[in-house]
Design a protein around this ligand. Structure first.
Ligand code: A2P
Length: 319
């Protein structure tokens, strides 16, 4: 397993278990199977609405002596309705309570989008906060305070483009240590990845398998199916591995952490074994040559809300 080493020498195993879309009722078992298989990195978020079950599973594993708290790297994310400075702590405390933990290893601002505190998903323009009154620098200073208090060991962002990162870098005391973004061969985002790395920001790939189980509202009829591209099958056959393993190994070969989601025991195990898959230069080059490009999680659920103050160009460097 490859690790990311932070400035204080904390280590993040680069392959973790994703939990977005893992339903309550499934995620408990998935976490236990993952820990048993050897995962030591679990990616969570308040908005996934399953942190209580994740917490129950972690507690069970700790109580049974399967693994110690300090051996598991747990990430969670601040939802968009807790961007006001005094709300950041409230958001974290709820997550800590649900996860039954007294600290997180990494806490991320989930999106550079601010909603009113009673809103989970926006339905009209009134549901958004006035950005000029709640700039990202305010939310970030709330994150910095959590780090200073030892409630979270590391802080970072998710779904931030170069412009938004630059905005943070200009005002922050503590630099973001992670940007978690959608990354797979249909969306390799080399400029954003290089920008992050140049600024000492680590990168995690979400939806590395193309998130085929994303909710209907996040799907379009003509979305390409990542796992079905014939090139990946060809490379998988060459190495005697699965297509999913090729996709996971592709991120690791780019020195990017990766968090495939699964609730299936065999696939959970299979995905972790991708850490041992060696792609060669020809494989990486062939994947780089894929002309198909696609962003699955495009943020239209924020930008296309009537009266939304956000547009696609606020979210992405290129749309
Ligand atoms: P399941 O949970 O039933 O295993 P992403 O990580 O990009 O969001 O993708 C998650 C989707 O990919 C889920 O539908 C998940 O289903 C499926 N998946 C996870 N691992 C594999 C695998 N090894 N092979 C095929 N599909 C997988």
């Amino acid at each position: 397993m490859k690790f990311i080493t932070f400035d204080n020498n904390d280590q993040l195993p680069m392959l973790g278990l994703g939990t977005w879309k893992s339903a309550p009722g499934e995620v408990y078992q998935a976490i236990l199977w993952a820990l048993e298989a050897g995962y030591r990195h679990i990616d969570c978020a308040a908005v996934y609405q399953n942190e209580k079950e994740v917490g129950d599973a972690l507690k069970k594993a700790f109580d049974d002596g399967k693994v110690k708290r300090e051996e598991v790297f747990v990430t969670s994310k601040l939802w968009n309705n807790a961007h006001e400075k005094d709300q950041v702590k409230v958001g974290l405390n709820k997550t800590l309570q649900d996860l039954q933990l007294d600290y997180l290893d990494l806490y991320l601002i989930h999106w550079p989008v601010a909603l009113k505190s009673h809103v989970m998903f926006p339905e009209n323009g009134d549901d958004f906060l006035d950005y000029s009154k709640v700039p990202l620098s305010e939310t970030w200073s709330g994150m910095e305070a959590l780090k200073a208090a030892g409630k979270v060991k590391h802080i970072g962002v998710s779904n931030f483009n170069q412009k938004k990162i630059k905005e943070l870098l200009e005002s922050c005391q503590v630099k973001p240590e992670m940007n978690q973004i959608e990354l797979h061969p249909y969306l390799p985002q080399p400029d954003l990845v290089n920008y992050c790395k140049k600024n000492g920001i680590n990168v995690t790939a979400y939806s590395p398998l193309g998130s085929a189980d994303r909710p209907k509202a996040r799907k379009k009829d003509d979305d390409p199916v990542l796992l079905k591209h014939p090139l990946f099958q060809e490379i998988a056959d060459k190495h005697g591995v699965s297509v999913a393993q090729v996709l996971i190994a592709w991120s690791l070969h780019r020195d990017i952490a990766v968090i495939p989601k699964s609730v299936n025991k065999e696939r959970i195990k299979q995905n972790l074994e991708a850490a041992d898959v060696s792609l060669d230069a020809a494989d990486m080059q062939a994947i780089q040559g894929i002309s198909q490009q696609h962003r699955y999680i495009d943020g239209t659920f924020f930008t296309e809300v009537p009266g939304s103050p956000y547009s696609q160009s606020d979210l992405w460097d290129s749309v």
